[in-house]
Write a protein that binds this ligand. Structure first.
Ligand code: CTP
Ligand code: CA
Length: 214
């Protein structure tokens, strides 16, 4: 398969020296990209800034902002068989990016933020993608309910959900514990190394893709 993977955080500038971002390390997305490549698939990894090395045999397209991620996916999604959205995208960016460094002034600073485009949410409708579509959901409460709502709203075949309020897993950790939320059922996987979970998830996505084609 040709597989697109998004990973890492995005970075939204406030001024020349500051930005909004989130806690994503990119580890889960990079582990997915590596596992797809190891399974013999052709992978395009579209990633925000991380500390990680690009996995062997993976095509790499670095981006910084949510808007850049949206445009990169829009450009490449058409020739993909499957797409996996592991990026932690900033939902809001500064309404105007200050050209000069914002100087410290009063006790309270109010920022005006505007919504960024929802890339995964644009894939089925706007981009007309008919391949296998997988999202991630990092939640702090109501894990399964929230993940299932995202599965439906974004037209996914699978949402891989993890509870980021649990200590020792998820953000920045080498370990994760996920729920696989499918349209008709949910399956929990035991806590494991991201590098062990990824090939397991790849096999699941291969099965979905094979079923979609038949
Ligand atoms: N996603 C995306 N573009 C965005 C926001 C999210 O592609 N602008 C993708 C993520 O990569 C993930 C999925 O959508 O695969 C769910 O992300 P999440 O942040 O949990 O969903 P939101 O729709 O942004 O909902 P909220 O943050 O309010 O929970
Ligand atoms: Ca979000």
């Amino acid at each position: 398969m040709r597989v697109l993977v998004t990973a890492g955080p995005t970075r939204e500038a406030l001024d020349p020296v500051r930005y909004l971002t989130n806690r994503s390390s990119g580890k889960m997305g990079y582990a997915m990209a590596a596992a797809f490549a190891e399974a013999g698939h052709r992978v395009l990894l579209i990633s925000g800034p991380t500390q990680l090395d690009v996995p062997d045999g993976v095509d790499f397209l670095p981006i910084e902002t949510a808007q850049e991620m949206y445009e990169a996916v829009q450009r490449h999604i058409g020739r993909m068989d499957a797409a996996v959205f592991a990026a932690a995208v900033a939902d809001y960016r500064a309404a105007t990016v200050s050209e000069q460094k914002i100087k410290k002034a009063g006790e309270i600073l109010t920022l005006e933020l505007v919504k960024t485009p929802d890339t995964l949410g644009s894939v089925r409708g706007e981009f007309g993608f008919t391949g296998t579509l997988v999202g991630f959901a990092a939640e702090t409460q109501n894990l399964e309910v929230n993940a299932r709502e995202k599965l439906k709203r974004k037209g996914c075949d699978l949402v891989i959900a993890n509870d980021v309020s649990k200590p020792g897993i998820g953000f920045d950790s080498d370990r994760n514990e996920v729920l696989m939320v499918f349209p008709e059922h949910t399956e929990a996987l035991p806590e494991d190394e991201k590098h062990h979970l990824a090939p397991r998830l790849v096999r699941e996505i291969e099965t979905i893709a094979a079923a979609r084609q038949s």
